[in-house]
Design a protein around this ligand. Structure first.
Ligand code: NDP
Ligand code: A1CAB
Length: 267
C-alpha cells in the first residue's frame, strides 16, 4: 500500500516522520509533492521517499491520498486531482482544518470514500490526538486501513463534524499553547538562576508526567491539584496566584479566539 502527500509542510512532515518511526510504511511507499521543488525533492532524498513531479502523479501512484495544503488551496488542489482519484481503489484523506466532507464530496464526487481528520503535531513522536469523521463510502477494510494510519501515530477519536473547529483548538492548536506554558515556566526558572535549557527540560518533563498521571490515574485535574498542594504548603499559594492573575480565564479566552466564537475573533 502506498500513501501520498499533496503538500509537505509542517504537518505532513510530522505525519511522515511518525509513520517512518512506526515503520508503518516503507520510505519508498511514501510519495510526496509540494509547491516548490527545492522543498520537497531534498526532503524526499534525505528520507528515501518517492518524489512525484505533480499532485496528479502523487494521486496516480498512491492508494491513500493525503491532502495537506492550507485550507485556502484545498479546493483548487482537489479539482486538480479529481480525475486520478477516480480509479475505483483510492481513498482521500484530508488533514485540512475547516473543509468539510460535504465540501470535498461536492468537488470529487458523492460516491467517493473520504476520511476527514484533524491530527496534531505530536503525531511525529507517536503521541498524536487525531479527530476523525468519514463519509458512507468509506467502510470495511478501507475504513480500518485509513484510520489505522492515525492509530499508528497515537490516538484517534470520532468527532461530529460540527465540533471539528473546537477539537482543532483543543488538540490541533493546543500543543502551541502548552509550549507557551512550558516556556513561561522555563523563563520563571531562568529568573531564579537556572539556564534556559535545563529549565525547559524540567518544565517539559513535569508537563509530560502530569499528562501521563491524568491519563493513567483516571483522576480529575482538581484531585491531582489537591494531591500536590500540601496543607499550608507552597503549591496552593502558587495556584491561588495563578488564578488571581487569570490563568484559567486566559486559557478559555485563548480557545475562544482560536475557535473564532467571539464577535471580535471573526475574520
Ligand atoms: N500545523 C499543524 O499543527 C496542523 C495543521 N493542520 C492542517 O494541515 C494543513 C497544512 O498545514 P501546515 O503543514 O501547517 O502548513 P505548511 O504551510 O507548513 O505546509 C503547506 C504545504 O503546502 C504546499 N503547497 C502549497 N501549494 C501547493 C500546491 N498547489 N500543491 C501542492 N502543495 C502545495 C507547500 O509547499 P512548499 O513546502 O513547497 O512551499 C507546503 O509544503 C492545513 O490545512 C492545516 O489546517 C491540521 C492540524 C494541525
Ligand atoms: O493553525 C492552524 O490553523 C492549524 C490547525 C490546527 C493547528 N494548526
Amino acid at each position: 500500500m502506498k500513501i501520498g502527500f499533496i503538500g509537505v509542510g509542517a504537518m505532513a512532515k510530522a505525519i511522515i516522520q511518525g509513520l517512518l518511526n512506526a515503520k508503518t510504511f516503507m520510505p519508498a511507499d511514501i510519495v510526496i509533492h509540494s509547491a516548490h521543488t527545492e522543498n520537497y525533492e531534498p526532503y524526499a532524498k534525505a528520507n528515501g521517499l518517492t518524489a512525484a513531479k505533480s499532485n496528479r502523479e502523487v494521486t496516480e501512484l498512491s492508494d491513500l491520498v493525503v491532502v495537506a495544503v492550507v485550507p485556502e488551496l484545498t479546493r483548487d488542489v482537489l479539482r486538480e486531482v479529481t480525475e486520478e482519484l477516480h480509479d475505483g481503489k483510492k481513498i482521500l484523506i484530508s488533514i485540512v482544518a475547516g473543509i468539510t466532507l460535504d465540501d470535498m464530496e461536492s468537488i470529487v464526487g458523492y460516491d467517493f470514500p473520504i476520511l476527514r481528520t484533524l491530527p496534531n503535531i505530536n503525531v511525529e513522536v507517536g503521541s498524536g490526538m487525531t479527530a476523525i469523521a468519514y463519509n458512507d463510502n468509506l467502510k470495511g477494510d478501507d475504513l480500518i486501513r485509513s484510520i489505522g494510519v492515525f492509530n499508528a501515530l497515537g490516538e484517534t477519536t470520532k468527532v461530529p463534524e460540527d465540533q471539528f473547529d473546537v477539537f482543532s483548538a483543543l488538540a490541533g492548536s493546543s500543543p502551541a499553547f502548552i509550549d507557551l506554558f512550558i516556556d513561561s515556566m522555563s523563563r520563571a526558572g531562568v529568573k531564579y538562576g537556572f539556564n534556559k535549557e535545563q529549565a525547559t527540560r524540567i518544565a517539559a518533563m513535569a508537563t509530560l508526567g502530569s499528562a501521563k498521571m491524568m491519563l493513567m490515574s483516571h483522576k480529575i485535574p482538581f484531585d491531582l491539584i489537591d494531591q500536590v498542594s500540601s496543607p499550608g504548603g507552597r503549591t496552593v499559594k502558587g495556584i491561588l496566584a495563578m488564578q488571581e492573575y487569570g490563568l484559567p480565564t486566559a486559557v478559555v479566552k485563548g480557545i475562544d479566539a482560536t475557535v473564532g466564537t467571539e464577535p471580535e475573533d471573526k475574520d
